[in-house]
Design a protein around this ligand. Structure first.
Ligand SMILES: Cc1cc2nc3c(=O)[nH]c(=O)nc-3n(C[C@H](O)[C@H](O)[C@H](O)COP(=O)(O)OP(=O)(O)OC[C@H]3O[C@@H](n4cnc5c(N)ncnc54)[C@H](O)[C@@H]3O)c2cc1C
Length: 481
C-alpha cells in the first residue's frame, strides 16, 4: 500500500499518476485539513465575483504547461476553461510601481529600443553591458547578484527584484540564479557572457543542423506526445494564461472526485504526526493512531516533513528544515464599476520602494466582471515580519492594502467587499545552494533506502505546472513508483 501525505495539488497529482500505474495496488491520501486543494482556494464575493486566495492563473506553454492541460482534459474541465490569449491586455500589459508612478513594461520588440519611464536607458543596452562585463566563476549565486553583474543594478532593482516578488514573494538577493535563470547562468559560465552564450548556441545549431535535428527530435519527443487536443488548441490559439470558471479550486476538487471514483481513498482531517521507517514497512502516527504501509509519498512542505522524520533521521530533518518559506498576506478587494486606469495583469513593486505590498493583480481584467473591479493585493512575503510583525490583525492587513492600493491607483471609492487571509509559510524559497541541498536530501534517502518519495513546491519549482509535472511519468526523480 502507498500512502500519500497532503491533499494539495501535488499530493492529488501524485495519487492521480500512481492510480494510473497498474503496479500500484492500493493508494490512500491523507490530508490534515477538512478539504483538498491546499493553497488553492476560491471564494465568492456577495456579488458573485471570484476571490482567489492563492493561485489564479496557469501558463499553458512548455512541457509543464501541456502536461497540466492534459490533466484538465482528462478531468473533463474543458468547458470551464477561461482562456487569455497573448494579445489580451492582461497578458501584454504589466506594470511596475516605482518612484511614485506606474510604469508600463515594453510590450513589443520595438519597445526594447526605446527609453521608457522606468529605466533611463533602452533595454537593448543590456546587450553591451553584458558583453563588457567580466566573467566570474561561481557554482551558484543570487539572481540579484547575477543580473547586477551582467546587466546592471537598474535591471536588478527595477525589473528582476519585483519579478521575484511576483513569482515567489521572495528576495532576489537570496533566491538562487538556478531558480529562474539557469540557462543564462550556464551561458555565462561556459562562454563568458550571456549574449555570447546565446549566440554560440545558435551558431552550433546552424553548423550541426543534422545532428541538431536528431537531438531536437529526442528533446521534443515528450513535448510532442503531450500535444493532445487542449494543449494543441492552446498552442494554435496562442493562449498566454488560463483559469477556470468558478475559480481554480475546481481543479483539485475534480481531481479528488476522479481519484475517489478510481478507488483511491482520499481522507481529510487525517494529520500525519510522525513517520517511522521499519525494515519492511512504514509506520505512520495519524491522529494519535498507528497506520502502516509499504511506502510514503510526501507532498508536504519540507519544513512540515522535517518534524515527522526528526526522531529517526535528524540529518535529513535538518536539511528539510533548512529550506525556508515566506508568509503572504492576501487581500481581495471588490469595487463598484470600472475604476482602473489601464487594462493590465497588474503591477509589482520593487523591494527598494520599502512598501509592505509585493504587488496588486487586476483580477477583473483577467476574468471580466459585469459591473465591478476585483483586485488582489499581495503583501509581505520575504518582508512579512518587517512590515507586519509576527501576528498582525486582519484589520491591519486590510487597511494597509486599501490605503496603498487607493493611493497608487488613484482610486477615490471604498471597496464594497473584501476578503483577508494570512497564508503562513506558503511559498518555499529556492535560495542560493538549493539545488545542492535537494541533491543531498535525495542522496540521503537513496543511501538509507528509505521508502519515501518527495513532491511539492519545496523541491523542484513553485508553480502549479512545476509541482504537477515533477510527479508525472515524464519526470519522477524522487518517486518510487
Ligand atoms: C498566494 C499564492 C499565489 C500563487 N499563485 C500561483 C499562480 O497564479 N499560478 C501558479 O501556477 N502557482 C501559484 N502559486 C503556487 C501554487 O499555489 C503551489 O505551487 C501549489 O499550490 C503547491 O501545492 P502543493 O500540493 O505542493 O502544496 P500545498 O498546497 O501546501 O498542499 C500541501 C497539503 O498538505 C497538507 N498537510 C500539511 N501537513 C500535513 C500533515 N502532517 N498530514 C497530512 N496533510 C498535511 C496541507 O493541509 C495541504 O493541504 C501560488 C501560491 C501562493 C501561496
Amino acid at each position: 500500500m502507498t500512502i500519500i501525505l497532503g491533499g494539495g495539488m501535488s499530493g492529488l497529482s501524485a495519487a492521480y499518476y500512481a492510480a494510473n500505474d497498474a503496479k500500484i495496488a492500493s493508494i490512500i491520501l491523507l490530508e490534515a485539513s477538512n478539504r483538498v486543494g491546499g493553497w488553492i482556494r476560491s471564494k465568492s464575493s456577495p456579488s458573485g465575483a471570484i476571490f482567489e486566495q492563492g493561485p489564479r492563473t496557469v501558463r499553458p506553454t512548455g512541457l509543464a504547461g501541456k502536461n497540466t492541460l492534459n490533466l484538465v482534459e482528462d478531468l473533463q474541465l474543458n468547458d470551464k476553461l477561461i482562456r487569455i490569449t497573448s494579445s489580451h491586455p492582461a497578458s501584454r500589459n504589466r506594470l511596475i510601481y516605482t518612484d511614485e508612478a506606474l510604469h508600463l513594461l515594453p510590450t513589443s520588440l520595438k519597445g526594447i529600443f526605446k527609453t521608457t519611464s522606468l529605466l533611463d536607458r533602452p533595454l537593448i543596452n543590456c546587450v553591451w553591458t553584458d558583453l563588457r562585463a567580466p566573467k566570474v566563476f561561481k557554482e551558484d549565486e543570487s539572481i540579484y547578484s547575477f543580473i547586477q553583474r551582467r546587466f546592471g543594478q537598474d535591471i536588478a532593482d527595477k525589473l528582476i527584484s519585483p519579478m521575484i516578488c511576483g513569482i515567489c514573494a521572495g528576495d532576489a538577493r537570496k533566491i538562487s540564479v538556478n531558480f529562474l535563470l539557469k540557462s543564462l547562468f550556464e551561458a555565462e559560465q561556459k562562454h563568458g557572457s550571456i549574449i555570447k552564450g546565446i549566440l554560440a548556441e545558435q551558431l552550433k545549431k546552424i553548423f550541426s543542423k543534422s545532428k541538431h535535428n536528431a537531438i531536437k527530435k529526442n528533446d521534443n519527443l515528450d513535448s510532442v506526445s503531450l500535444n493532445r487536443t487542449l494543449a494543441d488548441r492552446a498552442q494554435k490559439e496562442n493562449w498566454a494564461l488560463w483559469s477556470l470558471q468558478g475559480g481554480l479550486e475546481q481543479l483539485p476538487q475534480a481531481l479528488a472526485e476522479n481519484l475517489k471514483k478510481r478507488g483511491v481513498k482520499v481522507q481529510t482531517k487525517k494529520k500525519c504526526e510522525k513517520l517511522t521507517f521499519k525494515s519492511d514497512h512504514v509506520e505512520l502516527l495519524v491522529n494519535g493512531g498507528i497506520q502502516e504501509c509499504s511506502r510514503v509519498i510526501s507532498s508536504l512542505c519540507a519544513k512540515d516533513l522535517a518534524g515527522l522524520v526528526q526522531d529517526q533521521h535528524p540529518t535529513l530533518s535538518a536539511e528539510l528544515k533548512a529550506i525556508p518559506t515566506v508568509t503572504v498576506g492576501v487581500v481581495n478587494l471588490e469595487f463598484q464599476g470600472d475604476i482602473l486606469p489601464l487594462q493590465a495583469f497588474g503591477f509589482l513593486i520593487p523591494p527598494k520602494e520599502n512598501l509592505p505590498l509585493l504587488g496588486v493583480i487586476f483580477d477583473s481584467c483577467v476574468f471580466p466582471q459585469e459591473s465591478s473591479t476585483v483586485l488582489t493585493v499581495m503583501m509581505g512575503g520575504a518582508w512579512f515580519e518587517k512590515y507586519f510583525g509576527p501576528n498582525p490583525t486582519k484589520e491591519q492587513l486590510l487597511m494597509t492594502a486599501i490605503d496603498h492600493t487607493k493611493d497608487i491607483l488613484r482610486i477615490t471609492k471604498e471597496p464594497v467587499a473584501h476578503n483577508v487571509v494570512v497564508l503562513k509559510d506558503c511559498i518555499p524559497q529556492h535560495v542560493v545552494g538549493h539545488t545542492q541541498r535537494v541533491k543531498r536530501i535525495h542522496d540521503y534517502i537513496s543511501a538509507n533506502r528509505i521508502p519515501l518519495g518527495l513532491c511539492g513546491s519545496s523541491y523542484q519549482g513553485v508553480g502549479l505546472n512545476d509541482v504537477i509535472l515533477h510527479i508525472s511519468p515524464h519526470q519522477k526523480p524522487f518517486l518510487l513508483f
